[in-house]
Write a protein that binds this ligand. Structure first.
Ligand code: NI
Length: 175
């Protein structure tokens, strides 16, 4: 495993539609391992392959929903999604503050569906169906947008800069 350089905006690859993975070969397995390491190292809660300069439909997400504000986050769950698609999204939406690993120092208020169902393949090529709500649903929407060349600033109601010393305090959970 190795970390890869994260592509920062502006860069064409971030605004292009990524291609479907047709064959899950050794290169894809290496890509997935590297993406997991890069996401953890950043640190972030999600990463899409175009963010490491690979125009393929691969996403990794690792997130644990805190039980409540005072408690430690629940055990984190790792998702590796190949060719993910949103098969259902709730009509109900909510605003939330997002960060993106390709936009250091930027936060944005984005309205997202409260719940989504995502279908994909796992890294063995087996079909996956995941129902997610709240923050996890938000991360799925953010990452799948990346695969379609859609950036969170395009969906944002409000975009603002944070100073480096505010970053830890705000904990924006970049994806
Ligand atoms: Ni992002």
């Amino acid at each position: 495993m190795a970390t890869r350089e994260i592509v920062n905006y502006p860069n064409e690859i971030l605004e292009q539609k990524a291609q479907r993975v047709e064959r899950i070969d050794a290169d894809i397995q290496t890509l997935i391992d590297d993406m997991i390491e890069t996401m953890r190292n950043a640190p972030g809660v999600g990463l899409a392959a175009p963010q490491v300069n690979v125009p393929l439909r691969v996403v990794v997400i690792e997130y644990g929903e805190p039980e409540n504000e005072d408690e430690e986050p629940a055990e984190k769950q790792l998702f590796t999604l190949i060719n993910p698609e949103i098969s259902r999204m709730s009509r109900e939406k909510e605003m939330g503050t997002e960060g993106c690993l390709s936009f250091p120092g930027i936060l944005a208020e984005v309205e997202r569906s409260l719940g989504v169902t995502v279908v994909a393949q796992d890294r063995n090529g087996d079909p996956l169906k995941i129902k997610a709500e709240g923050w996890l649903a938000r991360i799925f929407q953010h990452e799948i947008d990346h695969l379609n060349g859609v950036l969170f600033t395009e969906r944002a109601q409000k975009v603002y800069e944070i100073k480096p010393d505010e970053e830890t305090e705000q904990d924006p959970s970049a994806a």
